[in-house]
Write a protein that binds this ligand. Sequence first.
Ligand code: ME8
Length: 733
Amino acid sequence: MTDTQSPSRYYLTTPIYYVNARPHLGHAYSTIVCDTIARRKRAQGVDTYFLTGTDEHGQKIERSAQAAGCTPQEFATKISAEFRGLWDQLGLTYDDFIRTTESRHKRGVQHLFATLRDKGFIYKGSYTGQYCVSDEAYVDGPPGTPCPDCGRITETVSEENYFFKLSAFERKLLEFYEANPNFMGPESTRREVVSFVRSGLKDLSVSRTSFSWGIPVPGDEKHVIYVWLDALANYITALGYGSDDPVDQARFAKFWPADMHLIGKEISRFHCVYWPAFLMAAGLPTPRSVKANGWLLFDQGKMSKSRGNIVRAETVQAVLGADALRYFLLREIPFGQDGSFSFDALVQRYNADLANGYGNLVSRVVNMVHKYFGGIVPETGAATAAEAALRASAANALAAFGPAFDDLNFSEALKSLWTLVAETDGYLTANAPWKKPPDRSDEDHAALQARVLSTAAEAIRIITALVYPILPDSAAKVWLQLGQGEIADAAKNAFLTNLAWGGLKPGTKLGKPSPLFPRAEKDAVDRMQNIEEQNNKSVIEAASGGADNSGSAAKAEASAPPQQQSIPPQAPAAPQAQPSPPQESQAPALYQGTTSVVPPTQPKELGAFAPEGGSSAAPAAPEQSTHITIDDFSKVDLRVAQILVAERVPKADKLLRLEVDLGYEKRQILAGIAQHYEPEKLVGRKIVIVANLAPRKMRGLESNGMLLAASLPDGAPVLAGFLEEVPLGARLK
Ligand code: ME8
């Protein structure tokens, strides 16, 4: 099914991003990787089509829009514009940006659905089962089953649906994987997908009736098409699939099948199982490859809106520039593996490799050519062993960089290139053209300067050309400084196809030296952290009406857990300072030291439920104003959680041990409600917890939070809950 690789054109895609959250560094990561690939391909003379876009249908978006008080279309338009705006701000060179609410997409998806139905691969049936709204995925298991991908508790759906005969493709897919060993990567993804298919494929429900925010099934409009069938089709609809227009048809014929779908590893099943099966069923060629990036981790978890541990690309761009971000992501994280992001690591890498490394090398050489040769590249003269060695290093870098890069091994590619940076630096230092020993004649010294500086400048030219896809802005500046003109023009002329030693001609007039990567001072980390804090604060204020309204999207996003840096993980107290080991009868600390945050009257109305007798055992609240500010309140992180496990704690008649699911994580909490609630009856119940309370140990068990309950006059707790459906992890504010 897979065509042979066509060297003359290349079609690559990012996932299309959900519009329920603003873009963060995780989204930027996949898009930046694609941008570097697209730039390299174009600079090799390959006709390249780079597609990105936004995924705008589905129940999740419908609910986010509802929460924000606007229509799904308004909501999608706002967030989609943020993605596109950010990609433009970062200088990403996508050729097309598709929105799944565009008519060209709807037309194509309906055409695909009708084709699959006409070919007998779609039939009507009924489905009762579990569905994860967050991942828009069907899940096997009984009611209450958590989603295997995100851990959220699934919802039970019971609907008349259209089904796709996925089961008919089990063998075909396995044969396809076998015949195309490079179809999926990395190896871990390939293994996972193969074992998923080997374990048996069931037919897939491909329509929904319980909500309407989607593309109607042609001819049966009360159904909307399953969001993943809708979303995956973007890769063909953007090219013109389903259109009668000859221009669209020619584009589709030229660029399909895609050379690479670049995705995050969590959506491999959709891309490596469902997508090829849909295409095979429709009689269309399958993509040539699907490659999964690992996860960007921050504060020990996958960076994601639902965990609230996000960093924005704009923040890094504002302080260190977009190139620094691109370099860090590609150099620091071996592609395909998870990688931690931290501001400290970013600044260290920036200073070591860019400011002190490449940037400093360029500045030394360009300045010396100006100082000693009036800015004109001198004749090299006869090469010595030192020049031959540097030239050999450049040849090594040229030989190593391309294959590593084309294998998506960006980190290794850059490492090999930075070996050349270090060797050029070492060559300069060893030959010290700035220092004339007393026993060297003026003539000999001038010859050495000419030889060394022109050789070093040529090495810089090679480095700059190779690194251009990763550091496009900086490479453009260096290209000008090397007197080579606009690098964008060079790229258009496919300058990477004939890159070889010797391109910097004597007599070339260098451009003015200009700073590339000013050293980041110690405060760079603080500055980035402050921007993130301010960002988060303004989102919270906008949501509470306390600040300039930054729009419905901001409101919806405010329901995400806060960024860890901006909200103190615990309120400013020190519950650890208990004089004696906590007893079951002691309150697990809501009021300990957090009294400036929560008014002392609050526990009576919406009791942060302490084990029985807790409120009287809690330390007295200090004197304080009866009013708190919105900032004070926002320090208490109240969240919706669901009880997964409830059991009595041995030898403690008041305590229950609960395992609760916050959607973005699971944790254990202890609650003194055993005399009022049977543990079995609590399982599955949605409750409210204080999520950022300092952990405490009771009876040797750690409690990570506290549930909220009203406290009746006789002291009995009544758990706080909701009448409407609420997603796990939703914040109370
Ligand atoms: O899944 N680390 O959209 P999405 C690395 N609409 N990459 C990350 C990341 C992280 N922490 N967070 C996000 C969807 N990404 C669907 C896709 S495609 C037909 C439909 C990147 O908004 C990564 O590429 O949840 C991941 O697959 C994608 O964003 C998920 O974006």
